[in-house]
Design a binder for this molecule. Structure first.
Ligand code: ADP
Ligand code: ADP
Ligand code: MG
Length: 497
């Protein structure tokens, strides 16, 4: 196969991931083009890029999702390749196809791979012959409550009704008992229809106390595939991750290998190339079951980069150019331990509702073993239109304990006022015995988190409580200034109740 050198990349995304991608491009000597909506004129990704073009008004449907505009910009600026980041157009097979048809390289898998893996049912069917363990359930869309009830009786309650097109933790309903089934099914269908424009749902066994463990894979266009070990992502709220780490503290080398090989099976089932993630849930006995494959760079990819020394974005670019992978499975080793906490503009004491507003103070932590991937500067507003993630704080250490200590130190150094964030909550988790002992699952928040602890004066959590109180005081002091300059957003008013 011929290789095709990439000299200029347009990043079809915003925020931290746009900057993250451009950093690797710059190190590779590749020119960068940013796109931005009217809400993001002054955002760091716009300043970072060599060139930047406005794609439209703030709503994503009129800007970051305008694939046609984005392709036109590429032609005008003689762009060779598009990197889609995550979210937005990253898992849109139609867009990937249009990009390639216009002679532009899509930095990602083939449109066919995206299409199969983007649909949870199609994915389950595709992997059937590849020896991949599956959650008990059905492989087809279920439309009638009567059929759902029959399936639930067979596999046993609780069951999970899930949107085939689901993503970002949306379109999922747990059913504990037969009498709830009909109502929950209707809700799942309506949520899936409004969020994804596709109301197909299916039924699978709800594993009561699982861990979410996923495998990073890389494949080239010559059929070589490797796995870059696991990421533990069990600390979640609303079925969405908030703390991740690599490696997982519960896997044995044998289990790691078995999961890695199963992930490669999933990738082979759709002739995958590029970077991808195969997600599994793991029960208390370490039985693992395939959940889905994400056909893109994942939010939490930095922890894998830290423990393997591989720059996943550079690998994506080289694969897109047509190069064979420069390493084999046996060349890859885990070194040390890495943690990531997602800094969301959300209020943990108010059901993790978005708390959008202005970053009055924003000072990043620094020092050994600390990496901050973010897309904001002090004084900026967090727009209501997009994901409320401000930053990803990543630490690295020789072992898990050191990575945790560094994270707690970095959280203490992080100064954010004007907005309530998930930082205090993350410090709480990192100090909790269930987390430090490694004995936790996806129910951590439900079982161990009492929002009151962030407000009270327990000596163990004092610094967390103090950080939290400081945010509130600062917010109050700045309230008048904020009110004069910017009207409080609807999000903010809603979050305040
Ligand atoms: P990851 O699995 O990489 O941790 P998340 O589930 O947190 O990713 O989602 C990453 C981003 O992509 C978020 O902004 C989320 O809202 C968005 N996202 C993920 N899947 C979808 C989807 N199917 N449709 C729309 N947005 C999605
Ligand atoms: P999404 O596309 O929204 O990321 P996933 O299938 O990856 O959907 O599931 C997201 C999260 O929901 C998982 O990390 C896990 O916490 C929970 N989950 C999904 N399926 C199950 C299941 N069968 N049993 C228990 N928890 C599940
Ligand atoms: Mg998922």
């Amino acid at each position: 196969m011929e290789t095709r050198e990439i000299k200029k990349i347009l990043v079809a995304n915003r925020g931290e991931i746009a900057v993250r991608v451009m950093r690797s491009a710059r190190e590779m000597g590749i020119a960068t083009v940013a796109i931005y909506s009217e809400a993001d004129r002054d955002a760091p990704h716009v300043h970072y890029a060599d060139e930047a073009v406005c794609v439209g008004p703030p709503p994503s449907s009129e800007s970051y999702l305008r694939g046609d505009h984005i392709i036109d910009i590429c032609k005008e600026l003689e762009v060779d390749a598009i990197h889609p980041g995550y979210g937005f157009l990253s898992e849109n097979a139609g867009f990937a196809k249009a990009v390639e048809e216009n002679g532009i390289t899509f930095i990602g898998p083939s449109p066919a791979s995206i299409e199969v893996m983007g649909d949870k049912l199609a994915a389950k069917n595709a992997v059937e012959d590849y020896d991949v363990p599956m959650v008990p359930g059905v492989n087809h869309a279920v439309t009638e409550a009567a059929e759902a009830r029959e399936i639930a009786e067979q596999i046993g309650y609780p069951v999970l009704i899930k949107a085939s097109a689901g993503g970002g933790g949306k379109g999922m309903r747990v059913v504990e008992a037969p009498e709830e089934l009909e109502e929950q099914m209707e809700r799942a269908i309506s949520e899936a229809t409004s969020a994804f424009g596709d109301g197909s749902v299916f039924v699978e066994k709800f594993i009561t106390s699982p861990r979410h463990i996923e495998i990073q894979i890389l494949g080239d266009k010559h059929g070589n595939l490797v796995y870059l070990f696991e990421r533990e992502c069990s600390i979640q709220r609303r079925h969405q991750k908030v703390i991740e780490e690599a490696p997982s503290s519960c896997l044995t080398p044998e289990k790691r290998k078995a999961m890695g090989e199963a992930a490669i099976g999933v990738a082979r089932s759709c002739d995958y190339y590029g970077a991808g993630t195969v997600e599994f849930i793991v029960d208390a006995d370490l039985n693992f079951y395939f959940l889905e494959m994400n056909t893109r760079l994942q939010v939490e990819h930095p922890v894998t980069e830290e423990i393997t020394g591989v720059d996943l974005v550079k690998e994506q670019v080289k694969i897109a150019e047509g190069h064979a992978l420069s390493f084999k499975q046996e060349d890859l080793k885990i070194k040390g331990h890495s943690l990531e906490v997602r800094v969301y503009a959300e209020d943990p004491t108010n059901g993790f509702l978005p708390d959008i507003g202005r970053l009055q103070t924003y000072v990043r932590p620094q020092g050994p073993g600390v990496r901050v991937d973010d897309g904001f500067e002090q004084g900026m507003d967090i727009p209501i239109y997009y994901d409320p993630m401000i930053a990803k704080l990543v630490t690295y250490g020789d072992n898990r304990e050191m990575a945790i200590e560094r994270m707690l130190r970095a959280i203490k150094e992080y100064r954010i006022t004007g907005i309530t964030t998930t930082l205090g909550f993350c410090a709480y988790v990192l100090k909790h015995e269930a987390f430090t002992s490694g004995k936790f699952d996806t129910k951590f928040v439900q079982e161990h988190f009492d929002p009151e602890v962030l407000k009270q004066k327990d000596p163990v959590y004092e610094e967390i409580a103090m950080a939290f109180a400081a945010q509130l005081v600062d917010q109050k002091q700045n309230q008048s200034a904020v009110n004069q300059n910017t009207p409080l957003s609807k999000w903010k008013l809603r979050a305040r109740g």
